[in-house]
Design a protein around this ligand. Sequence first.
Ligand code: 1HN
Length: 347
Amino acid sequence: MADDARIPAPERAAFYDRIGAHSMAPLWESLHVLVSKQPVTPVKPHLWSYDQVRPYLMEAGGLITAKEAERRVLILENPGLPGKASVTHSLYAGLQLVLPGEVAPGHRHTQTALRFILEGCDAFTAVDGERTLMRPGDLVITPSWTWHDHGNDSDRPMVWLDALDIPLVGFFDASFAEAANADSQEVSRPLGDSTARYASNLLPVDWKPATQNSPIFNYPYARTREALTTLAANGDPDPHHGYKMRYVNPASGGHVTPTISAFVQLLPQGFASAPYRSTDGTVYSVVEGEGRTVVGGQTLSWKPRDVFVVPSWAEHVHHATSEAVLFSFSDRSAQEKLGLWRERRAA
Ligand code: 1HN
């Protein structure tokens, strides 16, 4: 019987106890759990409805200031990883609120961050001396060890989805962090400077990348949407992805950061994707449209600003009831560097 096979014979159990006292263990008792035939993950498919989450976020706005909190964020914690501050096994996600007039003070850390803007207009993030104004659908990156602060000089609350590689950095025991001397860093370059230098299909002639991060720190939605609209008008969608694009580091052709990748896809009205799976557990943020994603026997029905998770190697399909745009992020960038990333496309 299978159960009996898992209970070691008494002389083996006694042996395991004896070697256990010397910090050793028998591999043969756990080999097939350690090295599974395919990915086994505690991560569960899950959706956070923005309509449900927003009132809590605004309530947090009345309980603590951005300055006091340092970052006023509600962590989106995967129900399969309670208490772990993880949205997937490798990544963290949260919803951050910065109210009019507030500042989220400057700091830096080895964790890499992406921000995907959900609500509000024209609050800024400053990264290493340059500010960018943020609008819904913009993707802003804050690379590892860059000084960053946020401020909201607009008259409306600003909400964005934060993605950080906190669990991954924690796994490597490689976390360092420092607070800045001033809440808001001194601005040393005007607005739009990086866009001119790095995001205009040009690079300064002698510039060489010092890191694997994209030198572009705001990928504005207006330009993303224009590309998707043109693609959708000019050809057929990919059966698994619709019209899907990857945010690129123009200096390398690689992903936007060494650990976190970002993507955006347009699904035409009525589109039903063919079943797909990949090893990068993925977090989606709905930008436009409505539909549902069927994953691991669950149906996640979504609309704008909802956030949902598809775990590693979970076969899934997307159905768009209206034309839809989905932003997503994952650890694909890290997995590709480690030679681990795989996908499977079903018919
Ligand atoms: C962080 O620096 C930000 O800069 C947001 O906005 C969330 C979560 C953990 C650690 C650092 C930010 C964070 C964070």
